[in-house]
Design a protein around this ligand. Structure first.
Ligand SMILES: Cc1cc2nc3c(=O)[nH]c(=O)nc-3n(C[C@H](O)[C@H](O)[C@H](O)COP(=O)(O)O)c2cc1C
Length: 206
């Protein structure tokens, strides 16, 4: 992939929390919207892809097909890639799903792998950083870490699909979360039906 600062570059990180399907839906939608996606996966993120989606190897052609030239996959341990530098201009970063471990690292400013370093760069450069955290229940430590990330300018977007659009499949629930993240990134999409209030005639009597 050639990197042109005028193009739309998004960093997508997959860590070891449940919900690998969200990340692949997001990846597909970003590529469909002509974004260039810079993908980093933690070792436990790879395990989740295997456990939840039977995806045992990850390569650009398999993940992106014909859009493979707009997908660049990074080595988790490479702290010398362009993701480690604020000079590499992006339109934002999403960690999806985001484990409590990665949330804690981001909250405390650790930058010891390419995901946490890229997140630290997005915060210091005042760029959009979205953490799609997944854990249940959340501990007080998670809550405090969320507050820290929020105070530093990050967005905590928990993987909590809504049911008001009457989902009919797991895919609908996945689309809801991916669509919410795309909204936060400012990427147009048609994954979710926008909320339409009920007609007065259909409202339950109060
Ligand atoms: C099958 C499986 C599911 C997991 N689900 C979660 C989860 O939903 N949330 C979470 O915070 N950690 C979860 N974990 C634990 C994390 O993967 C673990 O804390 C790991 O250190 C995260 O590393 P990472 O942040 O570098 O990906 C899960 C682990 C496994 C093996």
């Amino acid at each position: 992939m050639t990197v042109d600062s005028k193009q739309h570059h998004v960093v997508l990180a997959i860590t070891g929390a449940s919900g690998a399907a969200y990340s692949l839906r997001l990846l597909r939608a970003l590529l469909d919207s002509d974004r260039h996606v810079h993908l980093a996966i933690s070792p436990l993120g790879s395990r989740l892809l295997a456990e939840e989606l039977a995806m045992y190897t990850v390569d650009a052609t398999r993940l992106a097909g014909a859009a493979g030239d707009r997908l660049l996959i990074y080595d988790f341990d490479d702290l010398g890639s362009r993701l480690a530098s604020g000079t590499f201009l992006t339109n934002g970063m999403v960690i999806c799903p985001c484990s409590s471990n990665t949330l804690a690292s981001v909250a405390s400013g650790l930058a010891d792998n390419c995901i946490t370093r890229a997140a630290a760069v997005h915060l210091k450069e005042r760029r959009r950083l979205i953490l799609v955290h997944r854990e249940m229940p959340v501990s007080r430590i998670d809550l405090e870490n969320m507050l820290k990330v929020d105070a530093a300018g990050g967005i905590i977007c928990p993987a909590c699909p809504g049911f008001y659009n009457r989902p009919e499949s797991v895919g609908d629930l996945v689309d809801f979360v991916a669509g919410k993240v795309l909204d936060l990134l400012g990427v147009e999409h048609s994954l979710i039906r926008r909320w339409q209030p009920m007609d007065d005639a259909n409202r339950p009597a109060s």
